[in-house]
Structures are given as C-alpha cells and as structure tokens.
Design a binder for this molecule. Structure first.
Ligand code: ATP
Length: 462
C-alpha cells in the first residue's frame, strides 16, 4: 500500500504508457515570438509581465537572455515559440548550474508559478544524445495530472529536437509492452518502479533523474518510499539528480541533501515562500452548512475566470459538487478515487475552459498550471496527516500544502485571490498559524455583504 498525494492509502499502481514525440527541424534563427500562445495574454497582462521581468526584486527577473544560458538553437526555437522572451530568476540561476559539466546535482527552490518546469525540462532535453534510442532521463511527479502537464512542456520545448517521450502513469501502456525506447519518461513513482523492475525501461543509460515537487516526493509520509525505490534501481554514480519545489520543509531538507549529494542549492527565505500577487482572504462562516451557502453565494465570482475549490476529503468534494449540480450550478469534481480516463477528461475540460469551477482535493494542489485560474477557495483548510491515518480536525495546518494550493492562481506574475473558509475557533486558529508561518496577511471579508465581497475581490484582481 502507498499513500497518494491526497494522503489516502491506495494499492500500488499498475502499468501504462502513451507517447508523444517531435520532429520537423526548421532553420530560421530563433528569437522571441510576438504572438505567444502560452502566455496568451491581453495587452495588460503582457505589459505587467514585462514590468515584473524588469524588476530586480521580482522572482520573474533576469539579467540574462535565454541565448546567454547556453541552450541549443533547437531548444531556443521551442522556448520562443512558447512565447517566453526572457528567463525568470530561477531559470537564469539554475540553468547554468544544471548544464555545466561534469553534471552536478541540484536542489532548487522557487515560488509557485515562477518557471521551475522549464529549468528541469531544458536540462533533460539538453543532456540527451538523440542518436541513441534509449531512455536517458526520467522525471517523477506526484500526480498523473502533473506528469501529463510536464510532458506537454517537454514536447513543446523539444519540438525542434528529435525527442521521443513516454509516460509512466497508470493505465497508459498495455500490460504486454516489453520495452520502452523513449529518451524521456515522465510519470508517477509506482508505475515508474513497475516498468523498471519488469525491465520495460532499460535503466542503464539514464543520465538525469528529476523530481518535481521534490519535498512531497521525498516525504516519508508521502511518496518517499516509492521514490527511493526508483532511485535504488538506477545505475550508481552516473545520474544527475535534480530536485525542484516551491517548498522544502526542514524535515525533508536533510533527506534531500542525502538523496542528491553535493548538490548546488538555490533556496528561498521563509518570508519569500509565497508570491505577493496572490491576495489572501478569509470568510468567517457560522458552521459547515454556512460554508456551503457562502460557496453558492460566491458562484458568480467563481466563474468570472476559473476557480479551484479545495476540500480535505474526496467525499466532501463529491458531495458539494453533486449538491451544486442538483441546484443548477455547473461544476466538475476531481480526486484520486476516479478512474484514469475520467481524471484525464476532467482536467482537460478544466484546462481548456469548458468547466470553470473545479472541486477537488490535494491531488492537484501541486504543480498544476492553468493561467486562467484567478481564484482558489480553501473550503477546508489543509491539515497535516497523522502517521498512518488522515488528518483529524485537531491536526495542525499543513503549511506547505497551503502554499501550493494558493499557488494554483497568480501564475507567472498574474493576479489571483485565495479565500479560506473558517467556521469555528479551531479552524480560525489553524488559519492564524498559516498566517504566521507564511508571514502574509490574510484579510477578512464579511460573509453578509456580497457587494463588499465583490468589490474587494474585483479590486484584488485589477
Ligand atoms: N521565461 C518565461 N517567460 C514566460 N512565461 C514563462 C517563463 N517560464 C515559465 N513561464 C510560464 O509560467 C507558468 C508557470 O511556470 P511553471 O508551471 O514552470 O511554474 P512552477 O515554478 O513549476 O510552479 P509550481 O511550483 O506551482 O509547480 C507556465 O505557464 C509557464 O509556461
């Protein structure tokens, strides 16, 4: 049994696979493109981004260009086609260390939505010998949704290379698959272990091992055991280990340093953990039922852009979404008990804007990058799991999960709002602990003044 990202124990995953690959070399000289799809921003957002990338204190700032980071022309073309014009701080600082020879391990920390994915994806793509059809880089993430998202980035950035890719996520490869030859395999740890053990993945040529959301992947209360199993199956002394996350709590930091020995480290101070462009609010609800009423009264605001509502438990997510649907609201729900096909469909619908409100659990608290999400609601505050069981109402708040949850909005300099529901003294104190730990003020919004609420929120998003 293993614990998944939501903190539930589940049977070890089975197999899978799917793939995407790239081709088509073109010869034009790469350069920043004018009409970005990925940034797909209004003029206003583009101007704000440019301002922030020029502000020395912003995590989006860089003194350098992508050309100066020593990337191959083929990768520059992919990057510019994605609409990136300048590196962010973490990209500027991490990439030269990641690409230097001999390869050195890396423990990299940077706030949510500041471009860590590009740093590790470009490392994998840079280290591959494309004449050799064997697996050379693997990347693990805590959820299938995040693994799929990372793969999209690999294939976009690698569009002008010959990269071949494969998934190691549940129900993707047929059980009969005997050998993967893809250069890069991205997946979740249970399935990756299974494919390695059955020698479907030949580990002998692996040069890069990336853990996204590394603190979660290494946590003994999370996916730590499984991640260690993958590492133990890799050849010794030839693999560059690359760990990235927005958070590295103290109890994981020491283990991370052992897991990735002699690593270059890029660290954040406690007060830098969450970005300033996410405005945080709370609403004082009378009781559980009042939380539901307030959510309903927020519905119009939730659908101005897109919103994610986080619950602690799967059954709460199901219950709220069924009730809202029955009352005529359009919402989707996603959690780890749904089957793989449904999960993919639900997140894709949300990503493409066909659904505007997603009710979910911690399964997508980390990494998911959907630029249009401008509101996150903590219907239940995230709480620490007790060893061997889920959280109880007396558990302390889970600060890291809180930071990741609210980081689903406010991506790469955009504005976002988070709203916490508190409904009794315990939850109020838990929220206060979060406020202290993150050093960021959480402002009250009256629950009985919808106009004030709307005005405050619209102002926060301006
Ligand atoms: N240099 C850049 N220029 C413009 N946009 C960028 C740049 N780098 C990354 N982005 C965009 O910023 C968004 C956030 O990046 P990414 O998902 O890598 O963040 P992250 O640091 O991994 O966040 P999290 O901690 O939540 O996983 C993405 O939409 C990505 O395409």
């Amino acid at each position: 049994m293993q614990k998944d990202a939501e903190g539930f124990y589940t049977p070890a995953p089975a197999k899978e696979d799917a793939s995407e690959s790239k081709t088509d070399k073109k010869d034009e000289k790469p350069g920043p493109s004018d009409n970005s799809d990925l940034i797909s921003s209004t003029f206003e957002v583009t101007v704000t981004l440019a301002d922030q990338q020029a502000d020395v204190n912003s995590p989006l700032y860089s003194a350098k260009t992508f050309e100066e980071l020593g990337l191959h022309q083929d990768l520059l073309k992919g990057i510019y086609e994605m609409g990136f014009s300048k590196p962010s701080k973490i990209q500027e600082r991490a990439l030269p260390l990641l690409l230097s020879n001999p390869p050195a391990n890396m423990i990299g920390q940077s706030q949510s939505g500041t471009g860590k994915t590009a740093a590790f994806v470009l490392t994998m793509l840079s280290r591959i010998d494309y004449t050799n059809n064997t697996t050379q880089a693997i990347c693990l993430a805590p959820s299938r949704e995040l693994a799929r998202q990372i793969m999209t980035v690999v294939n976009s950035m690698g569009k002008y290379t010959q990269v071949q890719t494969e998934y190691a996520i549940k129900d993707n490869l047929p059980r009969s698959a005997t050998r993967i030859t893809a250069h890069i395999v991205v997946g979740t740890p249970g399935t990756m272990t299974d494919l390695m053990r059955r020698k479907v993945i030949d580990v002998s040529g692996i040069k890069v091992f990336v853990l996204d959301e590394a603190d979660n992947m290494l946590d003994q209360d999370g996916l730590g055991d499984q991640t260690l199993r993958v590492k133990n199956l890799l050849p010794r002394n030839q693999v560059q280990i690359v760990l990235f996350s927005a958070t590295f709590p103290d109890h994981v930091r020491a283990f991370a340093s052992k897991f990735a020995p002699n690593a270059n480290k890029i660290e954040l101070q406690k007060e830098e953990l969450s970005v300033d462009n996410i405005r945080q609010f709370y609403m004082d609800c009378r009781d559980e039922e009042h939380k539901y009423d307030i959510l309903i009264s927020l519905y119009t605001l939730l659908t101005i852009g897109q919103s994610i509502i986080f619950c602690q438990r799967r059954d709460t997510a199901d219950r709220i979404s069924q009730r809202m649907t029955a009352e005529g609201h359009k919402v989707a729900s996603l959690h780890g008990a749904k089957d793989a096909v449904d999960r993919d469909k639900i997140i894709d619908n949300f990503r493409e804007g066909r659904e505007k409100v997603l009710i979910t659990t911690n399964v997508i608290a980390r990494g998911i990058d959907i630029l249009q999400v401008n509101m996150v609601v903590n219907y239940d505050l995230p709480l620490m799991s007790e060893r061997g069981a889920g959280p109880s109402e007396n558990s302390p708040p889970d600060i890291e999960t809180y930071i990741h949850r609210i980081g689903r909005t406010g991506r790469f300099g955009r504005k976002g709002i988070s709203i916490n529901f508190v409904h009794d003294r315990k939850t109020w104190l838990q929220m206060e602990q979060i406020e202290q730990a993150t050093g960021k003020k959480i402002m009250r919004i009256e629950t009985n003044d919808l106009d004030e609420m709307e005005e405050k929120m619209k102002k926060a998003l301006k």
